[in-house]
Design a protein around this ligand. Structure first.
Ligand code: GAR
Length: 192
């Protein structure tokens, strides 16, 4: 994939918390040229603040109990199939998808990660960038493979780390660019 199929792609966004990237993707999907419809939101967390954006925009959502990962993934696959989902966008989804899930879904899965990959895979990216006295940080949108935060990079954007930056101020700066980066990466991925 990565090619258009003559209609907008049915897209599912997976979240775990705040959902600000979900909101940016919902806004993007409403632009006529966007080529994606967001049809389904999946959250592993019933307290996820981002669910309010699904409700407000009348997007179907499901809260998935992740206490048993195998079962959770089977349930998610069922919903993806039912809603004919062509594309998954992970947006602050803090669970790792199994290789079986990725294989069975068959269509592309994108993720946004708050670092300049391949630097700082995993958690606490901002803390590690500051501790290492990096001059830049940023965000990356990439294709998901069975290895954590690897997979072809679609787009990255940098931000400068200033001496005064803390983990929190850097997170805020990076998040701001994420909201533009994810739609831009989808555009690039779909070649539109
Ligand atoms: C974002 O910074 C995203 O890059 C990060 O979680 C935040 C979610 O914010 N994702 C990861 O760390 C994934 N490993 P949001 O819920 O407001 O979109």
């Amino acid at each position: 994939m990565g090619k258009l199929i003559g209609r907008n792609l049915n897209t599912s966004v997976f979240i775990s918390g705040r959902g600000s990237n979900l909101l940016s993707l919902i806004r993007y999907s409403k632009i006529q040229k966007s080529k994606i419809n967001i049809n389904l939101v999946i959250s592993n967390n019933k307290l996820s603040k981002g669910l309010k954006y699904a409700k407000k925009n009348k997007i179907k959502f499901h809260i998935i109990n992740y206490s048993k990962k195998n079962h959770a993934e089977r349930v998610i696959l069922k919903y993806l199939k039912k809603n004919k989902i062509d594309l998954i966008c992970l947006a602050g989804f803090m669970k790792i998808l199994s290789s079986g899930f990725i294989r069975k879904f068959k269509n592309p899965i994108l993720n946004i990660h708050p670092s300049l990959l391949p630097k700082y895979k995993g958690l606490n990216t901002h803390r590690r960038a500051i501790q290492n006295k990096d001059k830049f940080s940023g965000a990356t949108v990439h294709l998901v493979t069975s290895k954590l935060d690897t997979g072809k990079i679609i787009l990255q954007k940098k931000v400068r780390i200033s001496k005064a930056d803390t983990e929190q101020t850097l997170a805020k700066k990076v998040l701001k660019i994420e909201h533009k980066l994810y739609p831009a990466a989808i555009k690039k991925f779909l070649k539109v």
